[in-house]
Design a protein around this ligand. Structure first.
Ligand code: HEC
Ligand code: HEC
Length: 434
């Protein structure tokens, strides 16, 4: 039983007891005569019984999953449907205009139980770079998430290589600015950096440690850590797996890039973007990329945007791209309790995307130009053509005796280049000391 229901039952019980005492005192006060006392008693008593029945029904309803009534909903995301309820797909006509552009804040928020301190981030950095945390001593977090301005927090490989040369099936996403995402991993299965950090340590095809206890034991055996943990977590039995995860997460919260040319432009430096980049920025909005890659972290899965963090990908099924790059071989997140997967993915941030190729969850696409063409085609149903004829679609609505004209239905090569130029303006620099 979840705590919400226990609280509710306790509340109901207290309410009934209080009501009962109230009833007795009212009956004593108001009804000196024997007969009226009973009448009042029956009247008020029925009220109390009805009240407790209501509480009972509320508890019963909230026990049922689904849309009936949920009093204490867990944080649960509704997944984006295959198409929108009225049958349309995401398209540029849905962009709320004017779209507001925002710069990234200069620091990332920390959860209440893991405040950022210099000692903790220093410890987190030691752990992040320590190969002794892998089963054969060859890999650290930084092996697959290179903390440098060129590699941009990824490894540049199609899919990452874990201990003993084993290759996984997914590309390593950047850890830079991950602190701003509300769910992590390509399929969004981790809810916080703390949650995420324990995964790779014991993933057999990543760092491959036999157990989290073994990780704690290894760390406890290294003298430098004993001191560093005592400084980072004063007054606690400090080397625990939770504290290891907290320190790594604290370090990751410093890995942010809030000073890209885009940010400088939005903060007021008009010379920070070239004319081509500004045209690309306008296209990024008008083509509809902002329907998913929205807010200062260019992701609706970020803490800045109150939206579902997931989308179907590819949302237009059976395109030539899908066949060429095998996007549907991996089916992403499990959207319902049945566990069946249906191609739903978390919307990634596009910050530093120019440095984090190859692209997509399977790392199948090498160039950013191609990634942009794919997005336009499979997420927004645009065609890719240099002919002005393809840019407008005209449909005759015979019932209404009207022409439905939609403009900007195709992206030309130069428009793709403009969007790519704009995406390059999202490259930022890590703060010093990394
Ligand atoms: C062998 C390579 C490898 C190692 C080692 C590794 N990772 Fe990763 N990391 C990945 C891959 C691949 C993914 C994506 C997996 C997925 O989405 O299913 C990932 C995902 C992540 C993410 C999610 C980023 C996002 O935007 O969703 C974070 C954060 C992260 N790793 C941090 C770490 C930390 C911390 C460590 C060390 C404890 C670590 N990684 C070790 C390959 C690696
Ligand atoms: C309907 C939502 C949606 C729209 C619209 C959309 N994207 Fe995406 N985008 C996604 C999702 C989801 C992914 C992750 C796909 C995956 O799992 O591989 C993604 C991935 C990407 C990537 C690869 C990121 C990486 O790190 O590999 C790029 C680049 C990108 N989008 C750019 C764009 C551009 C440019 C536009 C506009 C032309 C656009 N997107 C429109 C949802 C969307």
């Amino acid at each position: 039983m979840n705590t919400g229901i226990i609280e509710l039952l306790a509340f109901g019980l207290v309410a009934i007891i209080a009501g009962f005492f109230l009833l007795i005192s009212m009956v004593r006060e108001l009804a000196p005569k024997q007969r009226r006392k009973w009448l009042l008693g029956i009247g008020l008593g029925t009220g109390i019984i009805a009240f407790s029945l209501k509480i009972g029904l509320i508890v019963l309803f909230s026990l049922y999953p689904g849309p009936m009534l949920s009093l204490f909903p867990e944080r649960q995301y509704e997944y984006a449907p295959r198409s929108l309820p009225d049958g349309r797909r995401y398209d540029s006509s849905m962009v709320k205009t004017p779209y507001t552009w925002q710069a990234l804040p200069s620091s990332a928020p920390s959860p209440g139980d893991n405040p950022l301190t210099a000692e903790k981030t220093r410890l987190g950095k030691m752990l992040f770079f320590d190969t002794r945390l892998s089963a054969d001593g060859t890999l650290s977090c930084a092996s697959c998430h290179e903390i440098s301005n060129d590699k941009g927090g990824g490894d540049g490989l199609r899919a990452s290589i874990g201990i003993n040369g084993q290759q996984g099936t997914r590309n390593a996403p950047t850890v830079l600015n991950a602190a701003f995402q509300k769910v992590l991993f390509w399929d969004g299965r981790a809810a916080s950096l703390e949650d995420q950090a324990k995964g790779p340590l014991i993933n057999p095809i990543e760092m491959g440690m036999p157990s989290l206890d073994q990780v704690v034991e290894t760390v406890s055996g290294i003298p430098a850590y004993i001191e560093a943990f005592a400084a980072a977590f004063p007054g606690q039995p400090s080397i625990t797996i939770d504290n290891i995860a907290k320190a790594i997460a604290a370090y990751e919260r410093t890995l942010i890039t809030p000073d890209s040319p885009y940010d400088r432009f939005v903060r007021g430096d008009r010379s920070a973007l070239t004319a081509q980049q500004i045209r690309g920025m306008a296209l990024f909005e008008s083509t509809g990329c902002v329907l998913c890659h929205s807010g200062p972290n260019f992701s609706a899965a970020s803490i800045f945007v109150d939206d579902i963090p997931f989308r179907l990908f590819p949302s237009v099924p059976d395109t030539e791209y899908d066949r060429q790059y095998g996007f549907t071989d991996d089916r992403g997140a499990a959207p319902d309790k049945s566990g069946s997967k249906s191609g739903i993915w978390r919307i990634p941030s596009l910050r530093n995307v120019n440095r984090t190729g190859p692209y997509f969850h399977n790392g199948s696409v090498a160039s950013l130009e191609e990634a942009v063409r794919i997005m336009a085609r499979v997420q927004l149903n645009k065609s890719l053509s240099n002919s002005a004829l393809d840019d407008r679609s005209i449909q005759w609505l015979s019932g209404d005796q009207r022409l439905a004209v939609a403009t900007h239905q195709a992206l030309s090569d130069s428009e793709v280049d403009e969007i790519v130029a704009f995406l390059k303006a999202l490259d930022g620099e890590l703060p010093p000391l990394h």
